[in-house]
Design a protein around this ligand. Sequence first.
Ligand SMILES: C[S@@+](CC[C@H](N)C(=O)[O-])C[C@H]1O[C@@H](n2cnc3c(N)ncnc32)[C@H](O)[C@@H]1O
Length: 390
Amino acid sequence: MQNTLEYFIKKIKESLKDNTFVKILINSSRSKSNDLNKITIRIVEISSEKKLSFLYNHKTKDITKNYSFEDGITELQKYLGVDFRNGILYTINNDIRLQFSKKMKPNISTGKATYNKLPDTNHNKKKKRFVKIANNKYLQSLGVVTNKGEVAQNMQDKYKQINKYVETIDGIIKNSSLKNKKELRIVDMGSGKGYLTFAVYDYLVNTLKIDAKITGVEQRPDLVELCNNIAKENKFTGLDFTNGSINSYKTDKVDILIALHACDTATDDAIYKGIRSNAEVIITAPCCHKQVRKQFVVDNEFRDVVKFGILEERQAEIVTDTIRSLMLEAYEYKTQVFEFIADAHTHKNVMIVGSKTKTNTDKNKYLEKIKNLKSVFGIKYHYLEKLLQK
Ligand SMILES: C[S@@+](CC[C@H](N)C(=O)[O-])C[C@H]1O[C@@H](n2cnc3c(N)ncnc32)[C@H](O)[C@@H]1O
């Protein structure tokens, strides 16, 4: 066994040295109870230094660790021929497979190369940025970018969030019935300081060349004034901000209704407006979830789930957003719920997106589901449900 494993390691070292290494795969666990499924090893370049990057694929999570070539080869030997029976070294010249039998007798074979090209190893590869920093006047006015044209130190997370948000909206539009529309009417409810509203407008109008008309609705007059001034300075003629509450805003024809981090039931007001104005797409990222939490009376097997404040808070979020997603489904919106940015950047990262694609929905089926869910948590009413009963 030793010689065969040594030969395999020698081949790995050679391929690293002569730059023919593509990747290594270690799999075929010896034990069904092993939580680790497989390990994939690739080269990554971090700050001009090459490392072996191990991706440990567990049943419920992936973990990545980077090692020097030497340490990586030591690490690999903790698994191959110990807990795992199969190792494949892919190089651009050939595939070298080391296999251990049930009795751990090793066998090595060499086959035709699966890959004929070296992979891109640049870990610091420039990411596609949807929101450009250079000469970006609105981001400067909003304090995201300094007058030297760099993202301000305390705005790094905000900038990432804005980018991710525009990227997400881009994907949503391209996967919706709006994908070929050259004109879009969008309302952004609870637009705040307008970071995201400006970025979406700029992207749709100046990058995608769509004739977009966007209105931000905001209850704080100071923010409305600030945003209207910035829109004017940037000659964003199709973008305006209006002062008032979401529920008093008169919606005309709306293609996309957006409500990001609108407080508590303001998200429901926005979803309601979206459904009633027959918006093609409704995009919300809910904020706090007080309305449902205050009503929790749980006298069943879920009582321990809401015993501790933090778990009760999270449960309220889950129940509230589940009801919202079911309600959207009831009103013929195909609904998705996902995290749109890593929670290292913001905790408010759940997005609920409804696209009007369904027809002949059995509305009562969804209303029944909502009724059952409410009864488990002792909820008398959900605010959105009440709005839609009007
Ligand atoms: C947390 S900020 C989010 C701003 C922006 N959408 C974003 O994600 O960056 C929420 C904003 O919604 C506004 N807002 C909350 N409830 C509202 C309501 N019912 N009508 C209008 N604006 C509301 C607040 O004044 C605040 O500016």
